[in-house]
Design a protein around this ligand. Structure first.
Ligand SMILES: Nc1ncnc2c1ncn2[C@@H]1O[C@H](COP(=O)(O)OP(=O)(O)O)[C@@H](O)[C@H]1O
Ligand SMILES: [Mg+2]
Length: 140
């Protein structure tokens, strides 16, 4: 069985730092470079922040994180899932500078950053059910 871990946390902003650090600590078994580990932290941070900021209203909800390495310890796969409002048009949301929260000074660059700092990003979403962002990082 490939090594993995899963955790679930409330959609509280303070869990963003914990989530990115947990993934970074887990990824150490892959002996990543400092640059690679920073790329992973940046990507996880953007995905968790999106779940915190966009998925739920005032009442909040849950965010799940799953992290797995392949049997050769070369490929890290991280999935951040929420059970919130979902995204009506995923392709539009992935465009640079697209944001539905411009009034909060969001840059609309989150998905673009994830795509830039990882080797693959897959976003699946259903309105009213939630969003899952899967990121793959291949280590050198
Ligand atoms: N987990 C999510 N749940 C609901 N909507 C989301 C989620 N993640 C992203 N979005 C939507 O996609 C848009 C683009 O996200 P992103 O590129 O990170 O930019 P930003 O967060 O700065 O708005 C967001 O403005 C929001 O409308
Ligand atoms: Mg964002």
């Amino acid at each position: 069985m490939n090594n993995f871990f899963e955790m679930t946390m409330p959609s509280d902003g303070k869990n963003e730092a914990f989530a990115r650090s947990a993934v970074a600590a887990f990824a150490l078994s892959c002996s990543p470079t400092l640059e690679e580990i920073n790329d992973v932290k940046t990507a996880v941070s953007e995905a968790v922040t999106n779940a915190v900021v966009h998925a739920y209203g005032e009442e909040g909800g849950l965010i799940s994180l799953r992290c797995e390495v392949d049997d050769k310890n070369r490929v890290l796969t991280v999935t951040v899932t929420d059970f919130g409002c979902g995204i009506a048009d995923v392709e539009a949301a992935k465009e640079p500078f697209f944001t539905t929260r411009a009034e909060d000074e969001r840059s609309g660059m989150g998905f673009t950053i994830i795509e830039t700092f990882t080797d693959e990003m897959i976003v699946t979403s259903k309105v009213g059910e939630g969003t899952a962002v899967t990121m793959k990082k291949v280590f050198s």
